[in-house]
Ligand binder design. Structure first.
Ligand code: ADP
Length: 282
């Protein structure tokens, strides 16, 4: 059977315009959008995204945390929100509430079981991310922190296309990986999509010996600083390896507790201060 233009679905332009406006209006209510990116997995990107959202909320800001890692959403686990259900209010989705006025949304809340893999192509991911931005009742926020999957694939691309103005990237890396092309690719990606970079955050940067307090560089040192200089991007700070981060993360407690006294928590608190100061200076 031959197809003609009559077989094509009619694109309802007014409906499309209405949806565009809904998305733009929703994104207009958000002060700053922080996209947490990394070149590779396992560098602590989700740990940083969750901790950043918690710290900003503790600082009195209204914050949303959006996890768009379709293939491995770890935010529900880190936040102690596994098994939470979403509810609808009319056509809008209510995010899951956390302490201190923090609203959380994750693809993990929609998946039936953490064991089943999600096999989705780009367009489907794009529409899901669009729905998470447009249909979630974020309300008026000072910050939306987005935990994006590692790399420069469909998810970070979709979110940068949809999120509108006042968005910036925080690139998380570890010292030994900064030599590799991944982080450079991540920074080049931001430049290609005109996403300003707030800075590089070097995680797992050495270990402070819990017994003697000596700093041991397990994975070399200075890589984040060298890369930041090379790429002309600010270095936001260096967070050491701290066994408390793993224990807290696994237990659903804030991994980098803004009020914590461990070496990683204190280094992270300084990073949060830098980010807040940069926005308050504007
Ligand atoms: P990613 O999102 O980049 O894949 P995660 O945030 O899931 O990485 O972190 C990977 C693992 O490393 C987790 O078990 C987390 O608790 C641990 N981790 C992250 N940052 C630190 C740190 N500074 N010290 C110790 N463990 C850390």
């Amino acid at each position: 059977m031959s197809s003609s233009s009559h077989d094509l679905p009619m694109i309802d332009q007014s409906e499309q315009q209405r949806e565009e406006k809904m998305l733009a209006d929703r994104m207009d209510q958000i002060g700053h959008k922080l996209l947490v990116l990394s070149g590779k997995g396992g560098v602590g990107k989700s740990t940083v995204a969750a901790s950043l959202a918690i710290a900003l909320a503790r600082a009195g800001k209204k914050v949303g945390l959006l996890d768009i890692d379709v293939h491995g959403p770890s935010i529900p686990g880190i936040m102690g929100l596994v098994g939470q259900q979403l509810s609808l209010l009319g056509e809008e989705i209510l995010p899951v509430g956390f302490k201190d006025g923090l609203a959380v949304m994750s693809i993990g809340f929609l998946l039936p079981s953490g064991r089943e893999p999600v096999i989705w192509r780009g367009p489907r991911k794009y529409s899901l991310i669009r729905q998470f931005l447009k249909d979630v009742m974020w309300g008026q926020l000072d910050y939306l922190v987005v935990d994006s999957p590692p790399g420069t694939g469909d998810e970070p691309l979709s979110v940068t296309q949809l999120i509108g103005p006042r968005a910036e990237a925080i690139v998380v890396t570890t010292p030994q990986q900064v030599a590799v092309a991944d982080v450079r690719r991540c920074i080049s990606f931001c430049e290609a999509v005109s996403l300003p970079i707030r800075g590089i955050l070097e995680n797992m940067s050495g270990l402070v010996c819990p017994k003697c307090g000596e700093h041991i560089d397990l994975f070399k040192s200075g890589g984040g600083k060298a890369l930041a200089e090379e790429m002309n991007v600010p270095l936001l700070g260096s967070i050491p390896i701290d066994p408390d981060v793993v224990t807290a993360g696994d237990a659903g407690a804030p991994p980098l507790d803004p009020d914590g006294q461990g070496p990683a928590a204190r280094a992270f608190a300084a990073v949060v201060k830098t980010i807040l100061a940069a926005h308050e200076a504007k």
